[in-house]
Ligand binder design. Structure first.
Ligand SMILES: O=P(O)(O)OC[C@H]1O[C@H](OP(=O)(O)OP(=O)(O)O)[C@H](O)[C@@H]1O
Ligand code: HPA
Ligand SMILES: [Mg+2]
Length: 179
């Protein structure tokens, strides 16, 4: 797999540092509260595992599965809710956990869904923020790293459902998806 990577952007150590930094911030910001972490599958599974272990709060964890890329390198602009949560988010302080915010459409979908269901507050902690990719206006509150407008994989992020198990985030060589 390493041969398919143009450049490693963030290795395990820098991702751990980002998790520690954001975990500490969330712990301070939510002191005395019991937030609900909502991890967006599949991409956010590793980030979720690392980030929440850096948070010292009575927090709950739920998973929701949505999809828009269907394995490709571009958003289909259509969000499919694959697996919903069963718990009630009404009056809850929800922290959405994402691996990446790119066009922003997945995040906007999530925010609208939670708002409609009566969440008290909604914040977002993302490992990567690709601001140049935005098609809709939406922002994250806790950001690990800003990335340029290139297709990245690893540490949860996929191309055709592969590369999620790379222990780092890297730029996928163009020839891998243009051939
Ligand atoms: O800001 P956007 O352009 O909407 O892109 C961000 C979303 O796209 C990816 O999910 P994907 O649809 O690939 O599903 P996956 O997590 O199962 O890979 C990623 O995990 C985010 O959830
Ligand atoms: O750059 C990306 N890589 C993998 N998945 C993604 N989903 C949105 N942007 C990306
Ligand atoms: Mg994907």
């Amino acid at each position: 797999m390493d041969n398919d990577i143009e450049e490693v952007l963030y290795d395990q150590a820098s991702i751990q540092q980002a998790a520690q930094r954001l975990g500490k911030q969330i712990t301070e910001d939510y002191a005395g509260e019991r937030p609900l972490f909502l991890s967006v599958l599949k991409g956010a599974y590793l980030w979720t595992a690392d980030l929440i272990r850096e948070v010292d709060l009575y927090a709950e964890l739920e998973f929701i599965k949505i999809s828009s890329y269907h394995g490709g390198v571009a958003s289909t602009d259509e969000i499919t809710l694959v697996t919903d949560i069963r718990s009630d988010v009404q009056n809850r302080d929800v922290i959405i956990l994402e691996d990446i915010v790119d066009t922003g459409q997945s995040l906007l979908f999530m925010k609208e869904l939670l708002a409609k269901r009566g969440a008290r507050s909604i914040k977002v902690a993302t490992l990567l923020d690709k601001k140049e990719g935005r098609k809709v206006e939406v922002t994250a509150d806790y950001i690990g790293f800003d990335v340029r407008n290139q297709f990245v994989v690893g540490y949860g992020l996929d191309y055709k459902d592969f590369y999620r198990n790379l222990p780092y985030v890297g730029i996928l060589k163009k020839e891998v998806y243009t051939k």
